[in-house]
Ligand binder design. Structure first.
Ligand SMILES: Nc1ncnc2c1ncn2[C@@H]1O[C@H](COP(=O)(O)OP(=O)(O)OP(=O)(O)O)[C@@H](O)[C@H]1O
Ligand SMILES: Nc1nc(=O)c2ncn([C@H]3C[C@H](O)[C@@H](CO)O3)c2[nH]1
Length: 208
């Protein structure tokens, strides 16, 4: 039987994940699943003091994504309804690796492994790569107050960790499809052609 499409859009902060996921959800008629931002009780505190709040924030994201992914399985995948999410569960580890102390990271990894074992996995990742200047510009343009003082070193490290993570994901599962987009050059918001190229690639992979 044909697998129900499950696509995840990934990339560092401000790359355009939610924007692209929303566009594709509309055009492909896939259910959109977005992570929460404004309702997150720890995000603002985290940006004020990362060391103090990182464990709470990473655990919050982990549990919230766990619930969302369980729901995706139950309400969509099991009913053959295609889904597009603006994150991949692996994102939890990318951020945890960046923000947690060694002691907390070890605990976190164990909990992540237990929670993630039976969650649904996307068959396609659309990975939006973008340079530091592009991301900083987009974060500024979007204007979320708590992100405005973000350390560019934090973002630079995140960019690197994303590169490593995509390599790890493909090594762990060579059947995974990763569509990489150069977010500095391929502007899927302004250019219809650039956007249509992405749509075509997704359609080919999921056999639409
Ligand atoms: N290709 C693009 N060209 C110009 N602006 C863009 C493009 N993609 C996204 N933007 C703008 O950049 C900002 C960030 O986009 P978006 O919120 O989609 O990023 P994100 O990757 O989902 O961010 P986060 O990691 O914080 O969830 C928004 O203001 C959006 O309108
Ligand atoms: N520390 C940390 N861990 C995560 O898993 C995570 N996921 C998203 N974010 C931050 C990025 C944007 O500011 C904002 C919206 O994506 O939330 C995270 N921060």
């Amino acid at each position: 039987m044909k697998q129900t499409p499950f696509v995840a859009v990934e990339g560092p902060i401000g790359a355009g994940k939610t924007t692209l996921a929303a566009m594709l959800s509309k055009d492909l008629n896939f259910q959109l699943v977005k992570e929460i931002v404004e309702e997150n009780p720890f995000l603002e505190k985290f940006y004020e003091n990362i060391d103090e709040w990182s464990f709470q924030l990473e655990m919050f994201f982990l549990c919230h994504r766990y619930k969302q992914l369980e729901d995706i399985e139950r309400h969509y995948m099991m009913q053959q309804k295609p889904v597009i999410a603006d994150y991949h569960n692996y994102k939890n580890l990318i951020f945890a690796d960046l923000t947690l102390s060694e002691k907390n990271l070890e605990k976190y990894r164990q909990i992540f492994k237990i929670l993630s074992a039976d969650l649904p996995k996307p068959g396609v990742i659309i990975y939006i790569k973008a340079s530091l200047p592009t991301l900083l510009l987009r974060i500024k343009k979007r204007g979320r107050s708590f992100e405005q003082e973000m350390d560019s070193e934090y973002l630079a490290q995140l960019i690197k960790k994303y590169e490593t993570a995509m390599d790890q994901l493909i090594k762990a599962d060579p059947s995974l499809n990763i569509i990489t987009i150069d977010g500095d050059k391929e502007d899927f918001v302004q250019s219809k052609d650039a956007y249509e190229r992405i749509v075509k690639q997704v359609k080919e992979i999921v056999h639409l």
